[in-house]
Design a protein around this ligand. Structure first.
Ligand code: NDP
Length: 475
């Protein structure tokens, strides 16, 4: 077993690297095989995932109804006699204000088709992914053209808005209808992909339980021509919609008030930063857990089609339907809010970049894409790392010298700021940060468990060098 915290091996690999498969040691291959087989249920097993699959859509409807129709306050039946009438009132809102009407199908379906069309045609930066154990450590190529596609989408949206063909304000006005369509698409694609994958024999890591396998997914690398569907869906629908919702809210304020509040402008900036980070660093996405480990099942599909766009920007929905006097802050408060966002963004962007580029470097990739904005310290020069017996290297430098998840901490602070921008008007816009912390803590548990199996004693060594899971000295 070899371990080191110098960089010589890394440089050697970089010099010798042919940019192709970097196969691990024999021991590493055995653990990879173990990690690619189903050993235990996660998320509470079949019953747990069934509860998530039914509970989340209901929760999303409930929160939206409270936000829009009950002044942002969480409501419930007033007495035991009121339970049935209360459920009736809720259902009436869904039936009338969130039915999947033809207009919503045209808008949401149009976005999907347009994004697929652009992803297919627009030229892009070709990025090699990580070696895939289930493909004999072959690496897949990823066409990273989100940057071009999204800029074209922004121009298209501006033309549609100014010509009046499609007013951006109609996104917020049709939130409920669009949400239902998104949910239907999320469910249909999840089940459809499961059946397609099983029918073509491309499934991996299956438990044998139908509902659990639909939830976790059957295939690892779904592709449609040159499009990697999993990577496509990570960005092109959820974060595009989140950004357009913020812009929609801003347009609505401008039309109704004659100006855009600093709070709504904050959400435009925050969602633009997130979307822009995803597109400018798209070549770093293949190195994330969602891409190299998570399969394309309900968990990822539903969340990207419906969960992210329709539950992360409740503050925008609130602010575009309520009087700005409710959420007007003092100038110093705005300064703190904007500074918090920009600082968290800086840590998030550079920590993700440091790890992804380190991983690319270990694969022999030494020239990086330069898209706007490239922030200082996005690449750690001569990084310190641990050489594991598995063959992989673990970065213990840059932000990764202080925390094992600096990116999660920064990402969570951004999510909190998305709720803070409307103050204490409603608890519902804080749903994103509350839900996200649960996701991240659960994800950390799953990730560290996997890494402990994968790296054994080297993982213990890594944890002793970087003891903080999240914030040094705190947690
Ligand atoms: P990470 O980027 O932390 O990736 C985890 C993997 O990276 C580990 O499994 C391990 O894989 C490798 N790794 C961990 N530590 C090191 C190290 N020190 N050196 C080298 N490799 C290391 O997390 P995710 O991929 O989960 O998340 C990426 C981003 O996406 C995060 O910022 C997260 O907040 C964000 N995200 C956002 C969501 C949202 O809804 N807003 C949802 C989910 C994620 P291995 O060693 O096997 O290569």
């Amino acid at each position: 077993m070899s371990s080191a915290t110098d960089t010589s091996g890394l440089r050697q690999r970089a010099v010798n690297g042919n940019g192709k498969s970097v196969a691990p040691s024999e021991e590493g291959k055995k653990t990879d095989q173990l990690l690619d087989s189903h050993t235990q249920y996660e998320f509470g097993g079949p019953w747990g995932v069934l509860a998530i699959m039914t509970g989340f859509p209901i929760l999303m409807y409930y929160l939206w109804i409270c936000l829009v129709f009950y002044d942002g306050q969480l409501v419930g039946p007033k007495s035991s006699d009121d339970v049935v009438p209360f459920l009736g009132r809720m259902w009436e809102h869904i039936r009338v204000d969130a039915n999947p009407n033809w207009y919503a199908w045209k808008v949401y379906g149009g976005l999907i088709i347009y994004q697929l069309f652009l992803a297919w045609l627009v030229p892009g930066y070709m990025q090699e992914g990580l070696p895939v154990p289930s493909l004999g450590y072959k690496t897949l190529m990823y066409k990273c053209n989100a940057l071009g596609c999204i800029y074209i989408t922004w121009i298209t949206a501006a033309v549609l808005h100014y010509t009046g063909i499609f007013r951006l304000t109609s996104i917020i006005d049709n939130f409920g209808h669009l949400m239902t369509v998104a949910m239907i698409v999320g469910f249909s694609v999840s089940f459809g992909m499961y059946f397609l994958t099983v029918a073509t024999g491309n499934q991996i890591r299956m438990s044998g339980n139908f509902i659990y396998d639909v939830f976790m997914g059957a295939c690892l690398n779904p592709r449609l021509g040159p499009i990697d569907l999993k990577m496509w869906l990570e960005v092109r629908i959820p974060w595009v919609l989140v950004f357009f919702m913020a812009v929609s809210g801003a347009c609505k304020q401008y039309e109704e008030l004659g100006y855009v509040t600093p709070n709504m402008a904050f959400m435009c900036l925050a969602t633009w930063l997130y979307l822009n980070a995803c597109i400018k660093g798209e070549e770093c996405i293949p190195q994330t857990w969602d891409m190299f480990h998570e399969k394309w099942g309900f968990l990822v599909i539903f969340w990207n089609f419906a969960g992210v766009p329709f539950s992360y920007i409740y503050s925008v929905v609130y602010m575009s339907t309520h009087d700005p006097e409710n959420y007007r802050f003092s100038t110093p408060t705005y300064v703190v809010l904007y500074t918090t966002l920009l600082t968290a963004y800086y840590v998030w962007d550079t920590s993700m970049s440091q790890k992804s580029r380190f991983k690319m470097y270990t694969q022999g990739i030494t020239t990086y894409r330069k898209t706007f904005p490239q922030l200082p310290w996005g690449v750690v020069e001569n990084p310190k790392y641990i050489q594991t017996a598995h063959g992989n290297k673990l970065l213990v430098d840059g932000w990764w010298a202080y925390s094992r998840k600096p990116n999660y901490v920064a990402d969570w602070i951004m999510s909190l700021s998305w709720g803070l921008c409307q103050g204490l008007c409603s608890p519902i816009p804080y749903f994103y940060s509350v839900f996200f912390i649960a996701v991240l803590v659960h994800r950390v548990g799953r990730d560290f468990e996997r890494c402990a199996i994968k790296y054994g004693k080297d993982w213990e060594k890594y944890c002793s060098i970087v003891p903080a899971k999240f914030i040094p000295g705190v947690f």
